[in-house]
Write a protein that binds this ligand. Structure first.
Ligand code: PGA
Length: 262
């Protein structure tokens, strides 16, 4: 079993928080978690575009890293409704989430699209957080591993070996996400995280196995500690259970000691 030096915990607030909601949430989250040693713990929040500027200003980056939920790959152009890398740079955003299940399955993004975004994020100095996960149909057909491998190999195509250390990956099985999601068992999640680590190793060699891989999909106060105790789960990427700062802080405090003893 391998363990990375740092535990990563983050949330994507999807389309749920206004600017005021985001600022209140982040201010409280920063205050509640300020005493947790950030040498071994990275906390990140990914709010809506409209809240990014205020989000980056209301809590120091040393406490909470801020990410965008999506990004276009071009620097500028005739792309109505899209947000470019320089626009996010201007706001001090550190992370760009790429290929969340809802982007892929509600908005029809392809692996090739995600790949252009990953390359653009690296070019502009962001941490790309590439999300991958099999659908229920793929799981039932027994092709989950193949699906994960394809998403990673296309999504990360053309990434230089020396850039591997700049990547984050989230494993989020599509069937486990959201209000109708069924949380993956810790054993199932660990097995698939190992598949992901193996594919990352195939792509990047040793550097690939050092890429932090997070689990997401119905993480909650009841399963978070068991998930983080698993080999190859380097962090948790949480939706609903993280959107209240007090509850999120409590969940974090359950997980931090388990990771430290891993
Ligand atoms: P959930 O969302 O924790 O609410 O299932 C996870 C996600 O979409 O990243």
């Amino acid at each position: 079993m391998r363990k990375l030096a740092k535990l990563y915990i983050g949330t994507n607030t999807k389309m749920y928080k206004t600017v005021a909601d985001t600022v209140a949430f982040l201010t409280e989250l920063g205050r509640l978690t300020a005493d947790i040693d950030r040498q071994a713990f990275e906390l990140f929040v990914i709010p809506s575009f409209t809240a990014l500027e205020s989000a980056r200003k209301c809590v120091p980056p040393a406490l909470v890293k801020i990410g965008a939920q999506n990004m276009h790959w071009e620097d500028e152009g005739q792309f109505t409704g899209e947000i470019s890398p320089p626009m996010l740079k201007e706001l001090g955003v550190e992370i760009v989430e790429i290929g969340h299940s809802e982007r892929r399955h509600v908005f029809g993004e392809s692996d090739a699209d995600e790949n252009k975004k990953v390359l653009a994020a690296l070019k502009h100095g962001f941490t790309p957080l590439l999300c991958v996960g099999e659908t229920l149909a793929q799981k039932e057909l027994g092709i989950s591993d193949e699906s994960l491998s394809i998403q990673l190999k296309i999504g990360l195509s053309g990434v230089a070996r020396e850039d591997a250390r700049k990547l984050w990956v989230a494993y989020e099985p599509v069937w486990a996400i959201g209000v109708n999601g069924i949380p993956a068992s810790a054993g199932y999640a660990a097995e698939k995280q190992w598949v992901i680590k193996r594919v990352l190793g195939d792509i990047f060699g040793d550097a690939g196995r050092e890429i932090p891989v997070f689990y997401g999909g119905s993480v909650n106060p009841g399963n978070a500690a068991e998930l983080i105790a698993q080999p190859y789960i380097d962090g948790l990427f949480i939706g609903r259970s993280a959107w209240n700062a007090c509850a999120f802080n409590e969940l974090i405090r359950k997980v931090v000691p388990v990771f430290a003893g891993k």
